[in-house]
Write a protein that binds this ligand. Structure first.
Ligand SMILES: O=P(O)(O)OC[C@H]1O[C@H](O)[C@H](O)[C@@H](O)[C@@H]1O
Length: 548
């Protein structure tokens, strides 16, 4: 448990005070073995933790913090299917979706999973072979995934990340209830060759159902017959009856289970778009990569456990260095949506103020996650990372090689990749080294600026340095490595929740907005009187005036 008055807590306060006085470069000077000691290798990923503001003593105490929170017991409880999501009375078993080896007690769930994978394979094959035909007997060329949150971000991020593996249908994702999202997608498509995947675990999500109904009207207007729904709509849901009520044929509904959280669901049939775009073998490679990370998390000693080290370092910065935010900066164009995906995973899981027992949690919990692909962020917000008043710990994610592309020859592509890598390594180095007053003055003098003025201007060029980062590298962004990377973050989030003693698997905060939306919507669309707070009433009036 995360108890602020414990000896471990006091030790960490002292370590922070001590380490705040030690430049990171000095940590390297004191420990010639630091690069080897502060790195971790697992499931095709390598993490360099050596640029962090910790030494072996501090890291040992952080690991004690994890031990004192009963991390190992909690981890095993999750993998063994105990009901750890106590507010929803649910097991948390996304790991079963990717477990190839027979689980000692959860074999019945593995059977359901494997039956669903078989159904997915048959379906994907029918689409790819052209055997599945639309209302006018044409085969399917385009698939539109209609879903939001966990029923959108995962498959969207993965298909983008695995773009070099895409050989089959064209994929589109519609999530926003703003009609422009669906309209812009439909504008490009031919109803006769378009298939919709309505992805919703609960099948109650208003945005998804509104988009799905409008898409169905668009289809039926072209097809002229209700029968077309069965040929152009499939669903992924744990609420099969609701999907049937919507008009989707039972044979076209892929199941999902309440032991899979929405933001952990891309490994289930929610990943159908991934299999449709890249093929079932690629989807299975993704699962295999995640399983390799599960095995590492389940068995490696805590001090050599990649998600555990990431998690405890994160806690050190949040609770002892008082860092509020954490940047995720992937140096890969293919990982353009990775940060957005981790935002949901991390912030929806650990954005909590209540401990498991219902009391207020002690200290801050989940970080504010933000970021952008390198090198774009460098020309935008990195200024704040280098010279802003706040320390922002960073994860740099760097595939070392990039897959061949058709429009650029291999040598030129290699040249681009070298520049990308040089940028990534320079950023983590610059964050760590900063720039001293002497260096800054010298640079101004070299520009021909007189001494006195160079001294006066120097503070503007100075950078504090000692800003911490992890660099995660992999040989290439393969499906396996991507699976491992996602699972790494899932487990990092879990470890932090275990130490903060919060439930990472519910999301009651999201519900209030949904409830209030259900109250406001009828007032916007009918003559019902507004009876909310004065600000909301006035805003509703502005909406009504705009629609006079
Ligand atoms: O899949 P659905 O039931 O439609 O839910 C979609 C999303 O809804 C809510 O916003 C939840 O907070 C998310 O965790 C979930 O992924």
């Amino acid at each position: 448990m995360f108890t602020p008055d414990s000896p471990v807590h006091h030790a960490l306060v002292q370590h922070q005070l001590r380490l705040a006085q030690v430049p990171t470069t000095q940590l390297f000077d004191h420990d010639p073995n630091r690069v080897q000691a502060f790195n971790c290798q697992a499931a095709g990923l390598h993490a360099d933790f050596s640029k962090h503001r910790v030494d072996a003593n501090a890291l040992n105490v952080l690991i004690q913090l994890a031990e004192s929170a009963d991390l190992i017991t909690k981890r095993d409880a999750m993998f063994n299917g105990e009901v750890i999501n106590h507010t929803e009375q649910r097991q948390v078993l996304h790991s079963i979706l990717r477990a190839r080896h027979a689980h000692p007690t959860l074999g019945h769930l593995q059977t359901d999973v494997s039956n669903t994978l078989d159904r997915m394979a048959t379906f994907v094959d029918a689409i790819h072979s052209g055997q599945w035909r639309g209302f006018s007997h044409l085969s399917i060329t385009d698939v539109v995934n209609i879903g939001i949150g966990g029923s959108d971000l995962g498959p969207q991020m993965v298909t983008e990340a695995l773009a070099p593996y895409q050989t089959q249908v064209n994929l589109h994702f519609v999530s926003n209830v703003d009609g422009a999202d669906l309209a812009q997608t439909l504008d490009k498509l031919n109803p006769a060759t378009t298939l919709f995947v309505v992805a919703s675990k609960t099948f109650t999500t208003a945005e998804t159902l509104t988009n799905a109904r409008t898409a169905r009207r668009w289809l039926l207007a072209a097809a002229g017959t209700e029968d077309a729904t069965a040929k152009h709509f499939v669903a992924v849901s744990s609420a099969v009856a609701r999907a049937v009520d919507f008009g989707i044929t039972p044979d076209n509904i892929f199941p999902l289970w309440d032991w899979v959280g929405g933001r952990y669901s891309l490994w289930s049939a929610i990943g159908l778009p991934i299999a449709l775009a890249c093929g079932m073998p690629v989807f299975e490679q993704l699962l295999a990569g995640a399983e390799a990370m599960d095995q590492h998390f389940a068995s490696a000693p805590l001090l050599e456990n990649m998600p555990v080290i990431m998690a405890v370092l994160g806690i050190f910065y949040i609770n002892y260095w008082h860092c509020d935010t954490h940047a995720i900066l992937p140096y890969s164009h293919y990982l353009g949506s990775f940060t957005k995906y981790i935002q949901q995973l991390d912030m929806e899981s650990n954005g909590k103020t209540v401990a498991l027992q219902g009391t207020a949690s002690s200290g801050h919990t989940g970080p504010i996650i933000w970021g952008e692909v390198g090198t774009n962020g460098q020309h935008s917000f990195h200024q704040l990372l280098h010279q802003g008043t706040r320390i922002v710990p960073v994860d740099f994610i760097l595939p070392l090689t990039t897959p061949a592309v058709s429009a650029i020859d291999t040598e030129t592509l290699k040249h681009h990749q070298a520049q990308l890598v040089a940028n990534c390594l320079s950023q983590s180095r610059a964050l760590m080294l900063g720039k001293s007053r002497v260096q800054a003055e010298q640079e101004f003098r070299q520009m021909g600026i007189p001494d006195a003025e160079a001294c006066a201007l120097a503070p503007h060029k100075m950078m504090p340095g000692n800003r911490p980062s992890t660099t995660i590298t992999m040989h290439c962004l393969t499906p396996e490595n991507l699976g491992a990377l996602i699972a790494l973050y899932e487990h990092k989030v879990f470890v932090q929740s275990a130490i903060w003693n919060i439930n990472a698997f519910d999301q009651w905060g999201v519900e209030l907005g949904k409830q209030l939306c259900n109250e406001i919507l009828p007032v916007l669309t009918t003559d019902a009187a507004t009876a909310f707070d004065p600000s909301t009433n006035a805003l509703i009036q502005r909406y009504k005036d705009a629609h006079q």
